[in-house]
Design a protein around this ligand. Structure first.
Ligand SMILES: *[C@@H]1O[C@H](CO)[C@@H](O)[C@H](O)[C@H]1NC(C)=O
Length: 353
């Protein structure tokens, strides 16, 4: 039966054995208990003599930072992705279609409107410029009272086979966890894909231009991260900003060079290395700068795209000719995405001259 190994263990332990074995076991238990009590008292109130030993002092400091959680404001979170588990998955999708490029879209569980707009626009075809492109959505756990939402998500995934869900709380301050879980998924489920992109759900993506860009001569096949580059960005210390990061989380006044989180593209050898190196980087809630930090720790830096102007952030006005040339733009709504996409794809040349 299913629980066979669990049942077998207690039974074998309850067998009357030699008395010698019994007493040895009891002594061992006692030692374990003593060790537990000792380490607990040491960590909860480090003895003065402990502080004078450098390595131990360092360790006890680290321990207290990880366990001390402020009741309000940003919390320390653990960004080591293997700590979390996929509760909804499409684990073999890369083994059946071998994509050239995987688009990973972090999205809130309830935001089915954004997912549907993307499915009807830049994710509506798996064949792009002669290459296979796969689009998947990454979700965490909904914080709201789960009124049948999980069941709806299951149905949605049965229909589209494009949802990945992990068991962390899906909140704004947990976006770094979400990104690192995306990296973990790519490394473990899709290692054969040459390229991947993390792209936000409010984006216009000219997928054809991206696939064309990735096939240009000179585009690196490894250690490659590109997008809209951010240099010498100061860390926001004003408490009411969306991007506020306290000094305890990130002490340096500036971030390392990073690519803006709206959409960055990378060679798929990097995700596994990001996950590995994230073990030794203190997490902070700015996911794109965190990836910049991972790059720095790996001794790497982001690369400018062949045509840097193709990665655009905020747009002022839709222009068909311009949208036919760019790769990204941040949009205001899913309606805009569908409207602009339909217009771009209508027959006739997008540019007049
Ligand atoms: C982040 O996710 C973890 C794991 O689910 C959760 O314990 C924590 O409360 C979340 N933090 C925030 C700030 O939402």
């Amino acid at each position: 039966t299913q629980n066979f190994p669990f049942r077998q263990l207690p039974e074998s332990l309850s067998q009357p054995r030699k008395p010698l074995f019994h007493s040895c076991f009891q002594i061992l238990c006692l030692c374990c208990l003593l060790l537990c009590i000792l380490s607990y008292t040491l960590y909860s109130s480090p003895a003065p003599w402990l502080e004078s030993i450098p390595p131990l002092k360092h360790y006890s400091k680290q321990f207290t930072t990880l366990t001390t959680v402020a009741p309000t404001g940003p919390q320390y979170h653990q960004a080591y992705a293997p700590n979390y588990h996929f509760i909804m998955d499409n684990p073999v999708v890369c083994k059946s279609i071998f994509p050239f490029l995987v688009l990973m879209v972090p999205v809130a569980p309830h935001n089915v409107a954004a997912r549907n707009a993307i499915r009807q626009t830049w994710a509506n075809s798996r064949a792009v410029q002669g290459k296979v492109v796969l689009t998947l959505f990454m979700l965490g756990l909904s914080g709201r009272g789960d009124d049948g939402q999980q069941e709806k998500l299951k149905q949605e995934n049965l229909q589209h086979h494009d949802l990945i869900q992990s068991d962390f709380m899906d909140t704004y301050l947990n976006l770094t966890i979400k990104t690192m879980v995306i990296m973990d998924w790519l490394a473990t489920r899709c290692p054969t894909a040459p390229y991947a992109m993390k792209i936000d759900s409010d984006m216009f993506l000219n997928i054809d231009n991206l696939v064309i860009m990735l096939q240009k001569p000179g585009i690196p096949k490894t250690n490659y991260l590109t997008g809209m580059l951010m240099w010498n960005r100061p860390v926001v210390r004003s408490k009411n900003s969306k991007w506020y990061v306290p000094e305890e989380m990130y002490p340096d006044p500036e971030y390392p060079t990073y690519t803006l989180g709206m959409g960055y593209v990378f060679s798929n050898d990097l995700p596994g290395r990001f996950v590995e190196v994230s073990k030794s980087i203190k997490p902070f809630n700015i996911e794109d700068a965190y990836i910049g930090m991972c790059m720095k720790m790996l001794g790497l830096a982001p690369t400018s795209p062949p045509d840097p102007w193709q990665f655009k952030a905020y747009n002022t006005q839709y222009n068909r000719c311009e949208y036919s040339k760019i790769i990204t733009y941040i949009l205001g709504s899913s309606e805009e995405l569908m409207k602009y996409w339909t217009d771009l794809k209508k027959p006739g040349p997008p540019c007049q001259d």
